[in-house]
Design a protein around this ligand. Structure first.
Ligand code: ARG
Length: 401
């Protein structure tokens, strides 16, 4: 048996290699994708092989991740339950896609992942596998094996000389890529407890951020960020830059209780400086450009889109349909937004676009005003007709009583 396993080098996936070899008598191929997380490829490869993998595949998927997953979700204003930019959720279908490719090349029989049986990621991986390669067997060791806690796994790893970086003092489970970091476990499991400073990886605390604000101008073309402070840059460079400058200003810390697909409420924290800044700026630009109707309707689409991504339904016709709608909405989303970063707060303080529907001569209270005030009389008469009739009815009923 040949198995391709999604390998991060973390606690679970390290143990998995050994487990798969022993339980399935399998040849294990480890796959790691570079999605912008901190990794030392050479060390990872050594570790995978040392732990028992026959082969190690590594692919830099940052470009594809940005192009095919991050940008479409930015355009869709996709924030799960109004807060989470879904760095983790978005990465799973891409990793799955590559694993399937490798599995086909290697003529493997199965794919495996290191997700627990109570999270969302198992669903995301497995629905992607089903969609892309229904013939592959799917193995989820964490749903099979006998370890009952992370503590037990740590013990096992130590006993078997599997190198791990988790310790009892720093017990967080962390998933990182360029769109953000997801952190759970440890003290975070108590939703009343403020996240300890050591849980945060890439942001400094707002208290420690500079006392002076930082201003950034972000340029968009058709919903895509294309420049910073007047300089054209590739989206990936923009994301890198904003993660750094945002993190230095304490931007992008998200502390939330969220509803998992399996019905559990979980408390997790996220750090997503670039995602926070880009979503803020992008939404602000849409506000200037969209009609009221489009703005309101797209909000509904955003909620639905986020749910689909979060629930692992990236590969679905419904998601494609929503993406097609979103794409069309971005036709005029070009322009610039001025963002102010200050002690953990990120606010749009200026916006302009050649396609703006904002008309200063209509909005102004000065003598430049060109709005036809008289026309409002007729407008209110007609707009208020139903209100008038309903009011009359109410009074009639009251009098009768
Ligand atoms: N709750 C987030 C999601 O479902 C993140 C899950 C992964 N988190 C982690 N620390 N491994 O997308």
């Amino acid at each position: 048996m040949k198995i391709v396993v999604a390998y991060s080098g973390g606690l679970d996936t390290s143990i998995i290699i050994k487990y798969l070899k022993e339980k399935y008598n399998a040849e294990v191929i480890a796959f790691t994708a570079n999605l912008g997380q901190k990794i030392k490829v050479n060390e990872l490869e050594k570790k995978a092989i040392k732990t028992g993998a026959k082969k190690f595949y590594f692919e830099d998927l940052r470009g594809k991740f940005v192009q095919d997953y991050i940008l479409p979700s930015l355009k869709a204003s996709a924030l799960y339950q109004d807060k989470y930019p879904m760095a983790t959720s978005l990465s799973r279908p891409l990793i799955a896609e590559r694993m399937v490719k490798i599995a086909k090349k290697e003529k493997a029989d199965a794919v495996a992942h290191g997700c627990t049986g109570k999270g969302n990621d198992q669903v995301r991986f497995e629905l992607s596998f089903k969609y892309l390669a229904p013939e592959l067997k799917i193995i989820a060791p964490l749903r099979e094996w006998e370890f009952k806690s992370r503590e037990e796994e740590i013990e096992y790893a130590k006993k078997n000389k599997i190198p791990i970086s988790v310790s009892k003092e720093k017990p967080y489970s962390i998933d990182e890529n360029l769109w953000g970091i997801s952190i759970e476990c440890g003290k975070l499991e108590n939703p009343w407890e403020e996240p300890p400073e050591d849980a945060y990886q890439i942001t400094i605390s707002p208290e420690k951020a500079p006392d002076k604000p930082t201003y950034i101008e972000i340029e968009f073309e058709k919903g895509i960020p294309v420049g910073i402070n007047g300089k054209k840059l590739k989206p990936i460079k923009i994301i890198d830059y904003l993660n750094k400058i945002g993190g230095d200003n304490g931007i992008g810390r998200i502390d939330m209780v969220e509803d998992r697909l399996v019905g559990i409420k979980s408390r997790e924290i996220y750090e997503a400086p670039a995602a926070t800044i880009l979503h803020t700026a992008h939404s602000e630009l849409e506000k200037l450009i969209f009609s009221k109707e489009l703005w309101e309707f797209k909000k509904i689409v955003s909620i639905k889109f986020s749910q689909l991504v979060y629930y692992g339904l990236w590969f679905s016709n419904f998601r494609e349909c929503l993406s097609a709608f979103v794409e069309e909405t971005q036709k005029y989303v070009s322009g610039k937004v001025k963002v102010k970063l200050y002690k953990g707060n990120c606010e749009a303080v200026g916006r302009k676009s050649p396609y703006s529907l904002y008309e200063e001569n209509l909005a102004t209270y000065t003598k430049k005003d060109i709005f036809n005030h008289k026309a409002s009389e007729g407008f209110i008469e007609i707009f208020g007709l139903t209100t008038l009739l309903e009011g009359k009815r109410k009074w009639k009923i009251k009098k009768k009583k």
